[in-house]
Design a protein around this ligand. Structure first.
Ligand SMILES: Nc1ncnc2c1ncn2[C@@H]1O[C@H](COP(=O)(O)OP(=O)(O)OP(=O)(O)O)[C@@H](O)[C@H]1O
Ligand SMILES: CC(=O)N[C@H]1[C@@H]2OC[C@@H](O2)[C@@H](O)[C@@H]1O[C@H](C)C(=O)O
Length: 371
């Protein structure tokens, strides 16, 4: 961690902020933790991006490094400041908006200024969670796995299980809850499975002017085109050993593969592709998980959930069945990770990002530091 490394001991009331690849809005969630154990969950809030703000953000996706980001930065700062208005956090975990993610190329960049946010809200902010991991040879993503380990302990899991996030991109964390710490050998294996909702959203936008396929209504009417599905599964990403991660638009090939199909068949085929990507990922897990707990917006899509249940021979449930909040899990993760960063604890390890050693990252900005 850069910046000052002294932070209060004991439990911290932290708020995590997540602006995901779907560009729908900012999630904020409170968590009380010592950086290891979850003590309690707290309030949450959501601040949607309006159409104009989303257009501004869409316009700068992938445009990093570069100029012309001031308007988009303004959108990010405003939304994150507003979503925090009813919270009184002791610490904030500020993920920012990923503009580009190319760990072995130009790096990873989350738009957002933690210094400015700390000034605006009058509380310390941890930000830039991913850069250090990338600089040390890691993928910089996914980072939620250390929190998934804490969740597995919190639900008192007694057998290896998997947390599956179906956001714009999909990611999975296999957890052995018998281990004592997330960085212990054999405790975690994590990676991005493939595209999840982002390409479906793009299809809906380009063909019908809609932002997503609500409840899989369009996919439900269509037929999966198996030829396109097979071509998709031939992509080399799926055979690659984890850890591995993706940028939002790394699978733009999906839109190409369904170009000739009618709207309903295209939606059905893309939904099947996202589910099949998860299945491919399952083969990399150290053992078959006893259950799969799903978070992220994709768990609201009954067609996607049905496809996963058909293909997996273990229970596949939304995380709500164990008392977690699937819309807020990522925001909670960044509250948890912020406390770990403030305490000098690692936030990733070789089996979650491929980084060479257990590592923490992040910058701590205090409200008075830049005044
Ligand atoms: N009722 C629903 N039916 C179908 N799809 C849904 C539904 N609700 C949400 N989704 C999908 O979930 C997406 C939002 O998921 P989520 O908020 O988990 O993504 P994110 O956090 O932005 O992405 P990431 O985890 O990749 O950063 C929406 O854009 C939509 O595609
Ligand atoms: C670079 C980046 O922002 N990656 C996101 C994205 O969205 C899902 C997947 O791809 C995951 O790797 C990650 O987010 C979650 C919160 C993570 O780091 O665990």
């Amino acid at each position: 961690m850069k910046g000052s490394n002294s932070f209060k001991t004991g439990l911290v009331k932290a708020v995590g902020l997540m602006s995901g690849t779907s560009l729908d809005g900012v999630d904020a969630a409170e968590l009380v933790t010592d950086g290891m154990r979850i003590e309690s969950f707290g309030a949450s809030a959501y601040r949607a991006y309006c159409d104009a703000e989303r257009t501004t953000l869409q316009g700068v996706l992938g445009r990093w490094p570069g100029d012309g980001l001031a308007d988009a930065l303004d959108v990010v700062q405003t939304a994150h400041t507003e979503v925090l208005q009813d919270f009184t956090p002791e610490l904030v975990g500020f993920h920012g908006q990923t503009l580009a993610h190319e760990p072995r190329g130009r790096g990873t960049h989350q738009l957002g200024d933690g210094d400015a946010l700390a000034q605006a809200i009058g509380a310390p902010v941890i930000w830039d969670f991913r850069s250090n991991d990338v600089q040390l040879g890691g993928e910089g993503a996914p980072l939620a796995p250390f929190f998934h380990f804490a969740c597995a302990k919190w639900i008192k899991a007694d057998a290896p299980l998997a947390f599956l996030n179906l956001g714009g991109v999909g990611n999975i964390t296999w957890v052995d809850p018998s281990k004592n710490a997330p960085e212990e050998q054999g405790a975690l294996l994590a990676f991005d499975t493939g595209p999840a909702n982002a390409p479906i959203n793009d299809l809906m936008q380009s063909r019908l002017g809609l932002s997503y396929d609500k409840d899989g209504a369009l996919a439900k009417k269509g037929t999966v085109e198996t030829g396109a599905l097979e071509l998709f599964l031939a992509e080399t990403y799926f055979a690659r050993m984890p850890p591995k991660s993706l940028d939002r638009d790394d699978f733009s090939v999906m839109l190409e593969l369904v170009r000739e199909l009618c709207d309903a068949d295209a939606a059905a085929t893309m939904t099947a592709m996202s589910a099949a990507a998860v299945m491919q990922g399952m083969r990399h897990c150290p053992s078959a998980p006893a259950r799969v707990l799903v978070c992220g917006g994709g768990r609201h899509n009954p067609v996607m959930m049905h496809m996963l249940r058909e293909a997996l021979d273990c229970p596949v449930d939304p995380v709500e069945v164990v008392g977690l909040d699937g819309d807020m899990l990522e925001a909670q993760a960044f509250a948890y990770l912020a406390v770990r960063v403030a305490r000098g604890l690692p936030t990733s390890c070789p089996t979650t990002t491929g980084v060479s050693a257990n590592v923490g990252g992040g910058i701590l900005s205090r409200p008075n530091e830049t005044e």
